[in-house]
Design a protein around this ligand. Sequence first.
Ligand SMILES: Nc1nc2c(c(=O)[nH]1)N[C@H]1C(S)=C(S)[C@@H](COP(=O)(O)OP(=O)(O)OC[C@H]3O[C@@H](n4cnc5c(N)ncnc54)[C@H](O)[C@@H]3O)O[C@H]1N2
Ligand code: MOO
Length: 403
Amino acid sequence: MALTPVPVALRALLGSVPAPTAPETLPLAQCAGRVLAEDVMALRTQPPFANSAMDGYAVRADDLLPANELLVIGESAAGRAFAGRLEPGQAVRIFTGAPMPDGADTILIQENADGVGSTTIRVRESAPKGKFVRPAGLDFRKGDVLLGAGRRLDSAALGLAAAMGHPTLHVRRKPLVAILATGDELVLPGEPVGPDQIVASNSFSLAALVEQAGATALDLGIARDNYPDLATKIERARTAGADVLITLGGASVGEHDLVQEALKRQGMELGFWKIAMRPGKPMMTGLLGPMVVVGLPGNPVSSIVCGHLFVLPLIEALQGMPSADRDRSEPAILGCDMPANDEREDYLRAELVLTEAGWQVTPFEKQDSSMLGTLARADALAIRPAFAEPAKKHAPCRIIRLR
Ligand SMILES: Nc1nc2c(c(=O)[nH]1)N[C@H]1C(S)=C(S)[C@@H](COP(=O)(O)OP(=O)(O)OC[C@H]3O[C@@H](n4cnc5c(N)ncnc54)[C@H](O)[C@@H]3O)O[C@H]1N2
Ligand code: MOO
């Protein structure tokens, strides 16, 4: 079978998502990190009235001649407006956020007035008409749509939704991602490790990755390399209603690589298998009923790199984010010479340095896909396209930032 290029595989995977997860209504305080299921319209105008941006005096700009004296006739504070009307020659003591009194058009900040606190003030320095006045609707008006469906609710978006008057929001249910490690050799961290055993790490790294992307991880533990155990644990993912099943390991071509066959026996429709990338070549995708299956290679670095390239966009697509298929790479320059590349696109663990010419990326010398220490040190993946010619230090390249 020919190797599938990364963008082809990614498009196919995102295209296989049956539908975004169902919407649910949550109180605002529980919406951080969730994705909006519908557009959000302002239920009110902000600010609802013209107000002062500074502490000082509400005045008429026409009265702001240096040394002019103004009679202070009252006070407007936030939550306690001045009820009367300002006439020529008058001022109203005002504080930040307080409503502008009728008849006033400008704020004289108290630093530019003499006699602050007394019944008469003297203009020290003039100000143009409208200075430090926030007109009603400066931020938004009732009916404005300020947050679109598919927007992830970061702190600014949540603050805005609150200011628009929404106590609850319609957001996508968190995708449920079942994670199944496979392998006779695996033991959990902290368990006794036999001479031919390996500590399982991939479930932890993938769970962290999917949770950062807004999903809930469901750890199915470790399936041993036999069909009955694999079948039981795959079944558990289906019963739990997982939107995605990530399998780890057993993806390659050896006699103990049973995962694909186990999934097919349960009815999985294979999407693709084997991608033109390094690491991550044996990755597989499929659909088992409505559940999207992603079979990741067992090598720890391969599984995490595939997680960044495929699983993160998949989880965004499941949350209805329209930008899920965006190009996540950024420009950089090489920090060293690079040899020609073969038919697999390379994702090299690398460190970044910010230079006058932008990010300079230098791949680590050792790139084995078992080396988690190197991956944890890496700032980015340096991308070397398939069949790339040799490249010189400072040549342009693309990177994907890891943190
Ligand atoms: N003849 C060939 N051999 C291999 C090929 C190939 O094309 N022809 N591909 C290689 C590539 S590339 C990769 S990547 C690996 C991936 O194979 P598997 O997905 O079958 O992975 P395993 O054999 O199950 O495990 C590989 C390695 O990773 C360790 N592992 C597995 N699961 C975990 C886990 N949960 N946590 C930590 N470490 C794990 C496992 O012990 C092995 O050491 O295949 C190549 N072979
Ligand atoms: O592609 Mo494998 O993921 O080289 O190690």
